[in-house]
Write a protein that binds this ligand. Sequence first.
Ligand SMILES: Nc1ncnc2c1ncn2[C@@H]1O[C@H](COP(=O)(O)OP(=O)(O)O)[C@@H](O)[C@H]1O
Ligand SMILES: [Mg+2]
Length: 305
Amino acid sequence: MIVSCRNVSKVFDDRVVVDELDLDVPAGQCFGLLGPNGAGKTTTLKMIYGVTRPTSGTVHVFGEDVSRDPRSVRKRLGVTLQENALIEVLSSVDNLRVFGRYHLLSEAEIEARVDSLLDFLDLRSHATLPVQALSGGYKRRLSIALSLMNDPELLILDEPTTGLDPAVRLSLWSRVGELRARGKTVLLTTHYMDEAERLCDRLAILSEGRVLVDGAPKQLILSHLARDAVELDQDPSRHAALLGALHDVKSLRGGRRLIFYGDDGPALLDATRRAGADHEGLHLRPTNLEDVFLSLTGTGLEGGA
Ligand SMILES: Nc1ncnc2c1ncn2[C@@H]1O[C@H](COP(=O)(O)OP(=O)(O)O)[C@@H](O)[C@H]1O
Ligand SMILES: [Mg+2]
């Protein structure tokens, strides 16, 4: 395992924000920590890269106890924080050079890595402008480039795509895919379930500092719910009748929304119509991770605390 957390808790001012967490990240996988704001994702990452100590429990990275020797662990990993940490008055190239010197790379190594990272993250066009003049998407890509300067075995990305437009998100996703294909281990957090579903080999869904479930995205969907979902918007006074008619079908409700789950979508859609659901707003879609989260907690991911 590249990362192994055992029974890890973190308490801030009597508040338990990470609660007896167990987590294993195998080599060469992209692992996602998924959960609403405040779930404890960033705190967990900080304990993994050794800037925050667990209140109890142990964190091993590359088989080493992080609290015993955080420096030796940090040499082998790259981190992109939730907030970009860039020197705004310097150019991208100079930010990368500064970081390379921090890692004690030779000047020749620095120039070679800067050159390849400018291409890899598509930074060439504005590489000599001060960072303060650049877009959010560009800064995010540069932050990721910085975290790759030491050619880390493990890359940690805290909400890499929050606030970015869809085109930039897509291009970052493909970069993460390439890193994984090159054998790097990636640990990322997100509150976008589409991102987690697309990128992650395995993921853990966190809520209030606890792992609710972990596994491969598809397997979580199939084991907790089913392949397809029929969703409808219906006056709550009609819910009881519909739920009664479809009593043997897995379902969820929230406000006016009713969702039924089944492995044969078209048959489920038919059954829902026959049970008397309004046709308007009735639709069939693939079940996703937000459904899993909703079924576990009764609240949506994006709308969570
Ligand atoms: N240094 C700190 N002192 C006190 N409370 C903190 C500190 N850091 C985080 N928290 C609290 O811990 C909880 C989890 O935070 P965080 O790990 O940042 O969640 P996430 O990254 O999932 O949004 C939040 O309620 C946050 O307010
Ligand atoms: Mg966070």
